[in-house]
Design a protein around this ligand. Structure first.
Ligand code: GDP
Ligand code: IMO
Ligand code: MG
Length: 423
């Protein structure tokens, strides 16, 4: 069977976790393909909220296999905390949670390096989640990393020591104030590593290959969003992995011709957490309303998310790069009550009006051109059928479908699993 992909089309936090959970009953395997604990994927069901960072969002379905792919970077300490939370909920993951031997490990010193690097940048900082993502992927591409499979080898602690010592020397080089007690961090780390080692460590590309041959259904779960992609995002204000569709091929070992549907998730407006350009960002009451009604705080760091109107130029770009076949629009309920809604349909850029994403979208280069839409008053959170949606929202949806030439197959009207309208 072919593999379907689900990924974010904006700057992350589109609601990927919720939709993966909603769709899991249709799949045998849910596989995360990139990122690490910088992600925070929120699921709400039976009146309870769950936040996952590294573990795929299908974990609450007992029949589904949840695979952490080779493209993911794993912090054993955070992973263990996630497992502890699952234990509290009596989720039996022992037989259903698989981890790729080729996934890289985030060391305590990777986290410290992240902090040192950000501190040294001052105002130019990326606004990283400080989970050690950048330094870990740097060691991966620099061919110095430690992989999950290494943990099964006798000499892995020697490798660990050599790398951690090197990191300490690098931290010195940054010459910033950073207080830490590596011994304490290492105690916690080694304990967590032994928990990680007790899980099912597999050669995941072979597993995925065989699963396809056996006609198993597979959904690949992305983290972050397309505008945070290391190649196609708003570099350097991005994360350190390929968050776009191609990342699923390298992050799981799936051949490009095996990918079928690409589900692109976007919020009905736009948010961003951390630094970097954001052409449609609002600094007025409208932005504050989105933040308040949408509870726009990072699921990993708790930082307030920046809010703004929907940016169709950026969204189109993300659809192109990913080959999106179906769109899913999230948080439509948050827009209820706005008199007028705006969608950015072009940019004024160096004296021209353009409809593609240029190399540089810094504030001084780009001014959004907006199309206005009439808002709606109705509360959407109690609606369960497409036929109940207000006419103004249908106009908004129809406009986006026409411009993007891709159907919007899900409209999400609240954080709960049940608040999902299929079209
Ligand atoms: P992810 O990283 O893409 O999985 O998204 P996050 O979990 O970081 O952020 C999405 C936030 O919006 C979470 O708090 C979700 O519970 C919430 N959410 C998801 N869908 C909806 C929706 O349709 N309406 C509202 N109001 N909240 C939603
Ligand atoms: P999910 O999967 C939103 C942002 C950070 C920062 C930049 C680099 O929940 O959508 P990093 O820690 O990777 O070095 O941070 O990327 N970022 C996210 N923003 N959602 C995420 O994940 C993010 N993961 C990283 O805020 O700007
Ligand atoms: Mg998130």
């Amino acid at each position: 069977m072919a593999v379907d992909l689900l990924l974010g089309l904006q700057w992350g936090d589109e609601g990927k976790g919720k939709i993966v959970d909603v769709l899991t009953s249709k799949y045998n395997i849910i596989a995360r393909f990139q990122g690490g604990p910088n992600a925070g994927h929120t699921l709400v069901f039976n009146g309870k909220k769950h936040v996952l960072h590294t573990i795929p969002s299908g974990i609450f379905h007992e029949d589904a296999i949840n695979l952490v792919g080779n493209g993911v970077v794993i912090d054993p300490v955070i992973f263990k905390k996630e497992l502890d939370k699952l234990d509290e909920q009596n989720v039996d993951y022992k037989k259903t949670l698989f981890i790729s031997r080729k996934a890289h490990i985030i060391l305590p010193t990777h986290r410290l390096l992240d902090a040192a690097s950000e501190a040294s940048k001052g105002k130019a900082k990326i606004g990283s989640t400080l989970k050690g993502i950048g330094p870990t992927y740097m060691d991966k591409t620099g061919r110095n990393g430690i992989r999950v499979g290494d943990l099964e080898l006798a000499d892995w602690k020697d490798k660990y020591r050599a790398l951690a010592d090197k990191h300490e020397a690098m931290i010195e080089f940054y010459n910033v104030e950073l207080e830490y007690n590596l011994k304490e961090l290492e105690t916690e780390f080694f304990e967590a590593v032994s928990v990680l080692k007790s899980l099912k460590l597999i050669d995941s590309e072979e597993y995925i290959f065989q699963a396809q041959k056996e006609n198993k259904t597979i959904l690949a779960e992305g983290a972050q969003g397309s505008l945070l992609d290391i190649d196609f995002g708003t570099y350097p204000f991005v994360t350190s992995s390929n968050t776009t569709a191609a990342g699923a091929c390298t992050g799981l070992g799936v051949a490009p011709n095996q990918i079928k549907d690409v589900f692109g998730i976007f919020k009905a407006y736009t948010t961003r957490v951390g630094s970097g350009p954001f052409p449609t960002e609002l600094f007025d009451e409208n932005g504050e309303t989105m933040a308040r009604v949408g509870h726009e705080f990072g699921a990993t760091t708790g930082r307030p998310r920046r809010c703004g109107w929907l940016d169709l130029v950026a969204l189109k770009y993300a659809c192109q790069v990913n080959g999106v076949t179906q769109l899913m629009m999230m948080k439509a309920d948050v827009l209820s009550g706005f008199e007028t809604l705006k969608v950015c349909t072009a940019y004024n850029y160096q004296g021209d009006t353009i409809t593609h994403l240029p190399y540089n979208i810094e504030e001084e280069n780009v001014t959004p051109v907006y199309t206005d839409f009439k808002g709606w008053k109705a509360d959407l959170t109690e609606m369960f059928e497409a036929s109940q949606l207000p006419a103004e929202l249908n106009d908004y949806i129809a406009f986006l479908e026409k411009e993007l030439e891709i159907p919007i197959t899900i409209v999400s009207v609240g954080p709960d699993r049940k608040q999902t309208i299929f079209r």
